[in-house]
Design a protein around this ligand. Structure first.
Ligand SMILES: C[S@@+](CC[C@H](N)C(=O)[O-])C[C@H]1O[C@@H](n2cnc3c(N)ncnc32)[C@H](O)[C@@H]1O
Length: 240
């Protein structure tokens, strides 16, 4: 089976920290290609259960293939993880033994230039984890004012040249709308020069991805719910 979708980090550590009962119920809130979920399922007995959630249909499709040998032990749901208490409630699950968050994007998402997550290679200014969501990086960069763009770059990317970059973005879009990640990279390069370009590009792309996917609000909401849904002695594992 092709397991190249994403190589899960800390696979053994995650399983040993998370799984305390092999007949328990566990939630992987960031399923990705299912690498961690597979390791959790291997550790569970036939009475154990894993619910895997991801908002990216590419991820749920890859994970469905990878987890198919586990049959009914593993269930996959395509949704945002902030919805997980409702999703679990709908399945009659009121409490769980462990919840995993492996934050950020998968290597599969980063490597696919059509998703627009990476400054390496050129692709559309998309950056949505859920392709049915309305807000793309392109909409944000072409429609928001300079102050709002600068705030996003500073708050979510800690980019010290946030204002200068935001001004260059607005100047560039007055000539023609920004359409590709290469257009964005060019505006960043015009702002910071070549010497620190890679670092600024990483921060700018990270900031936009966080804003487009509302990652902080998602996490805040899910962590509150996670604490409430955990059984006594249950565990929450977060990889950031
Ligand atoms: C680092 S990858 C996880 C990789 C996974 N642990 C594995 O073993 O392949 C993060 C995944 O979380 C998903 N994700 C991020 N935020 C999400 C959210 N709020 N709701 C649902 N899925 C989310 C992304 O689409 C991505 O597939």
């Amino acid at each position: 089976m092709d397991t190249s979708y994403h190589t899960p980090v800390l696979r053994d550590a995650v399983v040993s920290l998370l799984v305390r009962r092999d007949d328990g119920t566990y939630v992987d809130c960031t399923l990705g290609g299912g690498g961690h979920a597979e390791a959790i399922c291997e550790r569970l007995s036939q009475r154990g259960r894993l619910i895997g959630i991801d908002r990216d249909p590419d991820a749920t499709a890859a994970a469905a293939q990878r987890l198919s040998p586990f049959g009914r032990k593993a269930e996959i749901i395509r949704a945002s993880f902030s919805e997980f208490p409702v999703l679990l409630g709908g399945r009659g699950i009121e409490a769980v033994d462990g919840i995993l968050f492996d934050l950020g994007v998968s290597s599969h998402q980063l490597d696919d230039s059509n998703r627009g997550f990476s400054y390496r290679g050129s692709g559309p200014l998309d950056m949505r984890m859920d392709p049915s969501a309305e807000l793309t990086a392109g909409v944000l960069l072409n429609e928001r004012d300079a102050a709002e763009i600068a705030d996003i770059l500073f708050t979510f990317g800690e980019e010290r040249y946030s204002r200068r970059i935001a001004r260059r973005i607005v100047e560039a879009r007055q000539r023609a709308p920004l359409e590709t990640t290469a257009d964005l990279s060019a505006a960043v390069e015009r702002s910071v020069g070549k010497k620190f370009l890679r670092k600024s590009l990483s921060r700018v792309f990270q900031a936009l991805r966080i804003a487009v996917n509302d990652e902080f609000l998602e996490l805040e909401s899910a962590l509150h719910s996670a604490v409430e849904m955990l059984r006594p002695a249950g565990r929450i594992v977060v990889i950031s």
